[in-house]
Design a protein. Structure first.
Lengths: 111, 112
C-alpha cells in the first residue's frame, strides 16, 4: 500500500482539453512536490507547495495543496502535446529530507 | 556543470552476479539518494546518505548495499542479483536548504 495514491494512473486526452491529476494520502505532509518525468530521463521538479490551501500557477499548470495538507491536485488547462509525460507527486514529512512518491500518472496529449 | 550523472546507463546481469552502480554529483550537495522505479510504483527509496561517510536504509533496502566515501559519489551495490531487482535505478541529490531533488538519467538493469 502506497502512502501517496495518485489517480488516475493513465490519462489520454486531445490537445486543447483540460485535465486534473489527484494525489491523496491519509498522512499529513509538511510540503508536497510535483515532478514531471519524460521517457529515458529522471524526474524534474515542477513546483513545491508548503501551506495548506496554497495554490500555485505555472503557466497553464495549477497546483493546489489541500487545507489539511494531506492531498494535492494538478490541473492543466488547454493541454498541449508537450505536456505528455509521467507526473509524480512526492510528499515530505516534517523531519528529514526524504521524499515519499506516489505511483505516478501517465499523461498522453494527442495532437 | 553536469549535475547528477549515473554509470552505466544499461546493464544485463545473470542471477547471482554482482555489480556496482555509480552516482556522481558536482553541486556540492550533502544528501544523496538511490531509488528504484517499477511500473505503477513510482519511485521507492532504497538507501540514502546525509553526508560523507554516512548511509541509512530507505523503504526497500534488502539485497542492496551502499557507500559514500566521497561527498560527490554514492555507490549502490548488488552482491547477488535476483530477477526481482530488474528495474530502473535513479540517483538523486539535494541540500536541506533547497529541498529540490536533482535526479540522474537512470540505469536500466535487467536480471535474467
Amino acid at each position: 500500500t502506497q502512502l501517496l495514491e495518485q489517480s488516475p494512473q493513465f490519462l489520454s486526452i486531445q490537445e486543447g482539453e483540460n485535465l486534473t491529476v489527484y494525489c491523496n494520502s491519509s498522512s499529513v505532509f509538511s510540503s508536497l512536490q510535483w515532478y514531471r518525468q519524460e521517457p529515458g530521463e529522471g524526474p524534474v521538479l515542477l513546483v513545491t507547495v508548503v501551506t495548506g490551501g496554497e495554490v500555485k500557477k505555472l503557466k497553464r499548470l495549477t497546483f493546489q495543496f489541500g487545507d489539511a495538507r494531506k492531498d494535492s491536485s494538478l490541473h492543466i488547462t488547454a493541454a498541449q502535446p508537450g505536456d505528455t509525460g509521467l507526473y509524480l507527486c512526492a510528499g515530505r514529512k516534517a523531519a528529514g529530507n526524504k521524499l515519499t512518491f506516489g505511483g505516478g500518472t501517465r499523461v498522453l496529449v494527442k495532437p | 556543470n553536469a549535475g547528477v550523472t549515473q554509470t552505466p546507463k544499461f546493464r544485463v546481469l545473470k542471477t547471482g552476479q554482482s555489480m556496482t552502480l555509480l552516482c556522481a554529483q558536482d553541486m556540492n550537495h550533502e544528501y544523496m539518494y538511490w531509488y528504484r522505479q517499477d511500473p505503477g510504483m513510482g519511485l521507492r527509496l532504497i538507501h540514502y546518505s546525509v553526508g560523507e561517510g554516512t548511509t541509512a536504509k530507505g523503504e526497500v533496502p534488502d539485497g542492496y548495499n551502499v557507500s559514500r566515501l566521497k561527498k560527490q559519489n554514492f555507490l549502490l551495490g548488488l552482491e547477488s542479483a535476483a530477477p526481482s531487482q530488474t528495474s530502473v535505478y535513479f540517483c538523486a541529490s539535494d541540500n536541506k536548504a533547497i529541498y529540490e531533488q536533482y535526479f540522474g538519467p537512470g540505469t536500466r538493469l535487467t536480471v535474467t
